[in-house]
Design a binder for this molecule. Structure first.
Ligand code: AMP
Length: 280
């Protein structure tokens, strides 16, 4: 069921009986199987599920990226209905989320928001924090579902609720991939078939890091990844880092007692793709 306003939303959340569990899946739409895997998990684990669809202007540091972002509401509603007709879909306007104007609040997330996405998309995580704080306030979910595909975002959301004191359990969900390993993403819709096939380079390089990072010097591995992208006619590497999973500070060398994750961001023409992989 499609809900456009807070008042409609509140009416439906009132259905919630005291003991029931309300799950929220925040999205920006252009839904794919990755999103649907979150919605399915939420549907299995919660009594009531709300999917929000909102292309949040304050988390886009590049206006062109915001304009180009795919918007496919009718298909999204069909896709959600295919999971369950009981799922509520909340599609607010910008004015409803930002009654005072679309400005991001600043949060002190610490090191987890400083590097990689934080470095290359200035202000991005403040935008993410602002919209999620607002959605949590309005919807007051018991659980909220996020993909590990955006691992840094997942860490930021966990930190956000520590900062705001909002009482939401944050559930991380595995990355859903294409056959060639490409992480499903709304932005994949902007790629040609050929580009999508070639985009397997991201997953291949994450796997290369995973197979080698305990045996070879880290800097040598990262240099090899850089060269692999330089050899690719379609893809430009923005960053490749191996970072401690706890503080998300990029490592210079590997220490045996830490858990690491590899992160890649790359452009295919103007389409920006990110992915990551646990190295444990
Ligand atoms: P987005 O619409 O890109 O903001 O994504 C909404 C949620 O879906 C976020 O928590 C993402 O991390 C998650 N998500 C996006 N792509 C995938 C994927 N391929 N597998 C799992 N979760 C994903």
């Amino acid at each position: 069921m499609l809900l456009g306003h807070f008042s409609e939303l509140t009416e439906h959340i009132d259905i919630k009986v005291k003991s029931s569990v309300l799950g929220l899946v925040p999205t920006m739409g252009a839904l794919h199987e990755g999103h649907l895997s979150l919605i399915k998990k939420a549907h299995m684990e919660c009594d009531k599920v709300i999917v929000s669809i909102f292309v949040n202007p304050t988390q886009f540091n590049n206006p062109d990226d915001l304009t180009k972002y795919p918007r496919t509401l009718d298909q999204d509603l069909d896709a959600i209905n295919s999971v369950s007709k009981d799922v509520l879909v909340y599609v607010p306007t910008v004015e409803e989320i930002y009654p005072e104007g679309a400005e991001a609040e600043h949060f002190e997330f610490g090191t987890i928001s400083k590097f990689m996405e934080g470095e290359y998309r200035q202000g991005h995580f403040d935008g993410v924090g602002t919209v999620l704080k607002r959605l949590f306030e309005v919807i007051n979910p018991d659980r909220a579902y996020f993909g590990e595909k955006d691992f840094q975002q997942l860490a930021v959301v966990r930190k956000l609720i520590e900062i705001t004191g909002q009482n939401v359990s944050i559930i991380g969900c595995e990355t859903f991939r294409e056959n060639n390993g490409l992480a499903k993403s709304s932005r994949n819709k902007l790629l040609t078939l050929e580009e999508k096939e070639q985009a397997g380079i991201i997953f291949e390089n994450l796997k290369y890091i995973k197979s080698n990072f305990r045996d070879k010097p880290l800097l040598e591995i990262l240099e090899k990844v850089k060269n692999n992208f330089e050899d690719s006619p379609l893809f430009n590497l923005e960053y490749c880092e191996v970072a401690d999973e706890k503080d998300l500070i990029p490592a210079k060398k590997i220490e045996s007692d830490k858990n690491y994750r590899a992160f890649i961001a790359a452009y295919c023409n103007n389409v920006r793709l990110i992915d990551n992989m646990s190295l444990n």
